[in-house]
Ligand binder design. Structure first.
Ligand code: MG
Length: 305
């Protein structure tokens, strides 16, 4: 049985466009609340379950509609972002090991990337897999700034890059180098655009708090990088894109929904600071939200890619 508490906050819309994305009278539900700082939600269709990281508690949690919530992996090497590759294998950013790993179908873990030009990565944060199998991830220093979400250490790279990893050759390439703290990322449905957030404001009140839009060149490098939207309040830690290209992003007051042009059209107020969200459920029409200590969900009238 689904253990939940309904949060009586109506979804706010600007115009009629936003209201089309949610079922009539959709309400936010809290499914679980025993985390410290939860992040990296990913839906696993093979098991009809959600996995997410509880970073300071050094564990990955699992939610299933009838089984409830249990610890899925502990220790998790202070895992953060998670995604699936096209074979359904879990790809994970780990602060503790300062690497990106893949969990094979037999449960063993393979390190996909840990160094760039002989230097350790900072602390991979969020990750997406493109249709060609390439793995794109951000590498800000959050996991090495203190012992809270990893292990305190100096940055060997001295920069916060966005990388593209070729899973065949394991070749790692810098695709963007002008971020203060690159964080969430997601492709548009046609994969012509890669959205990347900068959460520099987290440690500097004057730092960036926006989502940028890059154009892909030959599917493997980036150009442009216009600021699509300034997120207010808070930052866009993580986000996901629906089939029509709407961006569901974390913000200081909940989940904000942007058009592909960056216009804010809806807001789901969440009583805790949101870190990330993803689509899930049997029809991929439920938005799962990780927010500080809790996991929330809300029914949508749209679906994830
Ligand atoms: Mg993040």
């Amino acid at each position: 049985m689904e253990c939940m508490r309904t949060i009586n906050e109506p979804v706010e819309f600007s115009g009629s466009l936003g209201s089309k994305l949610f079922t009539n009278g959709a309400t936010l539900r809290r499914l679980w609340t025993e985390g410290k700082w939860v992040e990296g939600p990913v839906w696993r269709p093979s098991e009809q379950c959600l996995l997410w990281s509880d970073i300071p508690n050094n564990r990955i949690m699992r939610w299933h509609a009838t089984d409830g919530v249990r610890v899925w992996r502990k220790p998790s090497d202070f895992s953060n972002g998670n995604t699936l590759d096209h074979e359904g294998r879990l790809v994970t950013c780990e602060h503790g090991s300062r690497s990106v790993t893949r969990t094979e179908l037999d449960g063993t873990r393979t390190t996909l990337a840990s160094h760039y030009k002989g230097k350790r990565l900072n602390s991979p944060n969020d990750v997406v897999v493109k249709s060609d199998g390439s793995i794109w991830f951000t590498d800000p220093p959050y996991g090495i700034l203190s012992n809270y979400e990893g292990y305190k250490a100096n940055s060997e790279l001295g920069a916060n890059y966005v990388f593209r990893l070729d899973p065949g050759t394991r070749h790692l390439e810098v695709v963007a180098d002008e971020f203060v703290k690159p964080n969430g990322l997601a492709f548009s449905p046609d994969e012509r655009t890669l959205y990347i957030s900068d959460t520099g404001r987290s440690h500097d009140p004057d730092g960036p708090h926006h989502v940028r839009a890059f154009d892909l060149v030959e599917g493997r490098s980036l150009t442009g990088g216009r600021v699509l939207a300034e997120i207010e309040p808070g930052v866009s830690d993580g986000f996901c894109v629906d089939v029509s290209g709407h961006i569901f992003t974390s913000a200081g007051d909940g989940v904000q929904v942007l058009t592909p042009e960056g216009t804010l059209i809806a807001k789901v107020r969440v009583p805790e600071i949101v870190s990330n969200c993803c689509f899930g459920g049997p029809h991929r029409d439920r938005l799962f939200i990780t927010a500080t200590t809790s996991l929330y969900a809300i029914q949508l009238a749209t679906t994830g890619m």
